[in-house]
Design a protein around this ligand. Structure first.
Ligand code: TRP
Length: 337
């Protein structure tokens, strides 16, 4: 469990299966960036995971590199964070195979994401979808990560990772660090603008603010945001009865640092007609510099490729140490050098 660095290690990934959006930014990436000095950080594009669902090859390739540009534009400094493509570090696939043999069919069958996704993609219930959590466990365990920042929906995957690691350690001794999920505070959870009880998702683009959306598009999406079904046109935080307003207040509060009481006071006597454009404005103010920087970086392929290469090298160094240890433990003959 080598980590000579005294700092605790953080690791997370996002699948480049869609474009990054405000939910990814406020719920994940902005928090990662804010903690960069406190931890030893590994963040990757989980491209291997994306093919559990069919992808258009050219789109996947473009989104993977764009996601890296957007990570950097959101403030993830490649010096302070090891940024890499999962597929550039073969150890992920290699450890996943080994861990597949230490994971039970029954425990994978109980995973809610597998049940959901296999219901959604009935024509492609492939084995990769089933063993998805094993690859994710490999992602985490290779780096001996202390903390894994994930949304509530991925908590079960961190739990199965802990179970697999504990089982393996029980047989072979202390090989893996047992990671902890690191769930962001409730405030960081962003819901869809048109479906305010479901988390913001690329699959409902009208209610999803993408990091690359222009001010016009952002204004239009906020204009159409659902507020509530009652007719009281007032700004009040009531998650139960006014989830749409609560979500907008949450976005506004996260971006301005104002409390819900302060927001209620600011918009006292004003209606949604005043509030929605105000939220759109702070979102535009936040995303414009990110979009501009990402656009600049996306054109600089040489730079992005150099970040990828450097990231893959730094990640491989750590990952291969763990993989070698695992290979020895399970009894593989080490090749002569
Ligand atoms: N499954 C995660 C998601 O869809 C992405 C992911 C893959 C991940 N490997 C990981 C997250 C390892 C944290 C750690 O959100």
């Amino acid at each position: 469990m080598e980590n000579n660095n005294q700092k605790k290690r953080m690791l997370s990934g996002i699948q480049p299966s869609g474009d990054l959006h405000l939910g990814n930014y406020l719920g994940a990436i902005s928090n990662w960036a804010a903690r960069a000095d406190e931890f030893d950080n590994y963040y990757f594009m989980a491209d291997l995971h994306t093919i559990t669902v069919r992808q258009e090859p050219a789109d996947l390739r473009r989104r993977s590199l764009n996601q890296l540009a957007q990570y950097i534009a959101c403030g993830l400094d490649p010096e302070k964070n090891v940024l890499f493509m999962q597929s550039h570090v073969p150890a992920h696939s290699q450890l996943a195979w080994v861990l597949n043999c230490y994971t039970m069919f029954g425990e994978l069958s109980r995973m809610t994401q597998f049940k959901d996704k296999s219901a959604k993609h009935k024509d492609n219930i492939n084995a990769g979808l089933f063993t998805y959590p094993v690859l994710m466990a490999a992602d985490i365990l290779l780096y001996q990560a202390d903390y894994v920042p994930v949304g509530e929906d991925q908590k079960q995957h961190v739990e199965i990772c802990r179970d697999i690691a504990t089982r393996f350690n029980g047989i072979y001794g202390d090989v893996f660090k047992i990671p902890e999920p690191y769930i962001p505070k409730a405030g960081a959870r962003i819901y869809g603008l048109t479906t305010p009880t479901d988390k913001m998702s690329k699959s409902i683009p009208d209610g999803c603010i993408f990091l690359m959306d222009t001010p016009d598009v952002i204004n239009r999406k906020f204009k159409r945001a659902i507020t509530d079904s009652d007719t009281v046109n007032c700004i009040r935080y009531d998650k139960e009865n006014k989830p749409g307003v609560a979500n907008l207040m949450n976005i506004y509060s996260t971006l301005t640092g104002q409390s819900f009481e302060q927001i209620e006071a600011e918009f006292e006597g004003k209606g949604y007609g005043a509030f929605k454009p105000a939220v759109a404005e702070v979102v535009i103010d936040t995303l414009t510099p990110i979009r501009e920087e990402a656009e600049r970086l996306m054109k600089d392929k040489a730079y992005l490729n150099s970040v990828c290469k450097d990231g893959a090298e730094r990640a491989s160094y750590v990952a291969n140490k763990t993989l070698n240890k695992v290979y020895k433990k399970v009894g593989f003959l080490m090749p002569e050098r």
